[in-house]
Ligand binder design. Structure first.
Ligand SMILES: O=C(O)CCC(=O)C(=O)O
Ligand SMILES: [Mn+2]
Length: 192
């Protein structure tokens, strides 16, 4: 696991091959098939719009997550996802009780600029993000505005966001022309 230290940048740790490639491939297929992916809607300027990706919220029964006015009760742990959680906890020495799963069906699916700074995540949360399927680029920019930087997230990679990453930075997963399907899992600890 390499620590990416950017001068005055977001605090990230990155392992390009946390999950071996063939395992990452089969895990992608399993999760694609077995997760009950949902098309959520968000309210924007008075209109309801489809989120540009499919999602699932999973975790311990008490890890209820509220965002955009939606109360999300977690799905029970999928056995493969629970194994991933255990591996992450062992590798990082941090505990997680929930995970947001995102399925980007193609390069048209995306995630806009945001920070995972909900009060329920506490100060300086450790968020562990695992990528499967097509490689996509995540971008970071200072919350106060400024130049963004990009990082490729190949299948099997692990990106850990921590420290002041959610307070001083925003991140996004922009659209791209070429990508096929991708699944991303961001493990979190909701502290209620
Ligand atoms: O898909 C990604 O790599 C980013 C996901 C993300 O930022 C989130 O779930 O909050
Ligand atoms: Mn995020």
């Amino acid at each position: 696991m390499s620590l990416i230290t950017l001068h005055n940048g977001p605090e990230l740790r990155f392992d390009p091959s946390f999950i071996p490639f063939s395992e990452a491939e089969s895990l992608y297929e399993i999760l694609l098939r077995e997760i009950p992916w949902k098309q959520e809607q968000i309210r924007m300027f008075g209109n309801w719009l489809n989120m540009p990706r499919l999602t699932a919220w999973m975790g311990d029964p008490d890890a209820v997550y509220e965002y955009s006015g939606l109360v999300n009760t977690p799905l029970a742990w999928h056995p493969q996802v629970l194994l991933l959680k255990n591996r992450l906890e062992f590798a990082l020495g941090s505990a997680f009780n929930s995970v947001l799963l995102n399925y980007y069906r193609d390069g048209n699916d995306s995630m806009g600029w945001h920070a995972d700074n909900e009060p329920a995540l506490g100060e300086a949360p450790v968020i562990a993000s695992i990528s499967l399927g097509a490689s996509r680029k995540i971008r970071f920019r200072p919350a106060g505005g400024g130049k963004s930087l990009g990082l490729d997230l190949p299948a099997g990679s692990l990106l850990v966001m921590e420290g002041r990453t959610q307070t001083d930075w925003q991140h996004a997963l922009p659209k791209t022309k070429h990508a096929l399907g991708r699944i991303n899992l961001t493990f979190r600890k909701i502290i209620g």
